[in-house]
Design a protein around this ligand. Structure first.
Ligand code: COI
Length: 358
């Protein structure tokens, strides 16, 4: 797709001087431009880049009522004054299309996606923060935009990409987070939408997450919905356990989001010669490993969360305390390798990075 296929309307009122790059929170401020494309009569229209700003929706819009909507979360990193790195855009786009299929949203082409990202990053490259631990978070999303209260698949869709300079996702930063199992709530069930990145999954998790936070935990550690026994994910990240010298990660059984960072961690661990198992792992197995002294490290992985050490897990009144104020050695190694590749400090031998020249 060439630039002439994309209408670009520049802002004449940049807001970049309003940004405190020394105090970035997650997803609170948005770069000057956004990508926009609309679907009607069975096809995506000509895409546009416009100044970031409010969009018009009517009260009857389908997505507001029935949540026919999908999103992605990706990041771009400052490498040097000429280069911004986008991490694994192809894999994110595949997952975006998988999510679209699950909720009957028309798929989009990779060509349009990557061309939108290239244009947005070039235009707003000054919004990519430079400090360690910061990045430009990229949020592509599509929602059903029919004005119709009948609960059915929409005929019209709106596709946007917005970007936001961010710091750490959790207030703990790279310090260990505390998790608790959700006591009577479930996130997703096989055959449902758990493996799609669709808004409703997150809405359903807010009440249990709020209760967990009121009790002093960072997030919920979700268990499977049928037996309430097998560990699934954290909602804002996937989860990994280092038991002895084996990395155990809950298998993608259909109700877990297939994380891009999760996949990268597993690939690296295999290359480093670790025993790697993707399988069902019960919460009791994790407590048994802890009691036996075999549970070495627990950490989460996600685009927003990067690699986040877990310091404590509570389940039915029992507690695992990993007694670590700092990340474990393996967690740190994963963090260093992945962020090293993302910022271009480590050679990208996997072809994970898409470079944007500015
Ligand atoms: C991401 O990691 O990009 C996500 O979409 C998680 C979200 C809760 C911020």
């Amino acid at each position: 797709m060439t630039n002439t296929d994309m209408q670009i309307n520049l802002t004449d009122n940049s807001r970049i001087h309003e940004v405190d790059f020394n105090d970035l929170q997650f997803g609170k401020i948005f770069s000057d431009h956004m990508f926009e494309c609309h679907y009607e009569d069975g096809a995506w229209n000509k895409p546009e880049i416009n100044p970031y700003g409010p969009i018009e929706v009517t009260p009857a819009m389908n997505a507001l009522h029935y949540a026919q909507t999908v999103f992605e979360g990706m990041k771009a990193f400052y490498k040097d004054e000429n280069t911004i790195n986008i991490f694994r855009p192809e894999v994110h786009h595949q997952r975006f299309n998988n999510s679209c299929r699950r909720v009957c949203i028309p798929e989009t082409s990779y060509e349009m996606f990557i061309s939108a990202l290239d244009n947005l990053i070039r235009l707003d490259h000054q919004w990519v923060p430079k400090k360690p631990g910061t990045a430009l978070y990229i949020r592509p999303f599509i929602f059903a935009s029919d004005d119709l209260l009948a609960a059915r698949v929409s005929d019209k869709y709106s596709y946007y990409i917005i970007t936001s300079p961010v710091g750490a996702y959790y207030k703990e930063g790279f310090k260990p987070v505390k998790l608790t199992t959700p006591n009577g709530y479930v996130r997703a069930v096989n055959g449902g939408t758990g493996e799609a990145k669709t808004g409703g999954n997150y809405a359903a998790s807010f009440l249990p997450a709020r209760k967990a936070q009121q009790n002093g935990y960072t997030q919920v550690l979700w268990l499977d919905a049928i037996e309430n026994k097998y560990i699934e994910e954290v909602g804002t990240m996937n989860i990994h356990f280092l038991i002895g010298d084996t990395l155990v990660t809950p298998a993608l059984t259909g109700s877990i989001l297939p994380g891009v960072t999760r996949r990268s961690v597993i690939q690296l661990a295999r290359e480093w010669g670790l025993n790697v198992e993707e399988r069902r792992i019960s919460i009791d197995e994790v407590f048994d490993a802890y009691d036996d002294g075999d549970l070495k490290e627990v950490f989460g992985s996600g685009t927003a969360a990067v690699v986040s050490p877990v310091g404590l897990i509570e389940h039915n009144g029992r507690t695992i305390r990993l007694d670590q104020d700092e990340p474990g050695e393996f967690t740190q190694r994963c963090y260093d390798e992945i962020t090293g590749i993302q910022y271009g400090r480590i050679e990208d031998t996997h072809n994970w990075v898409h470079e944007v020249k500015i």
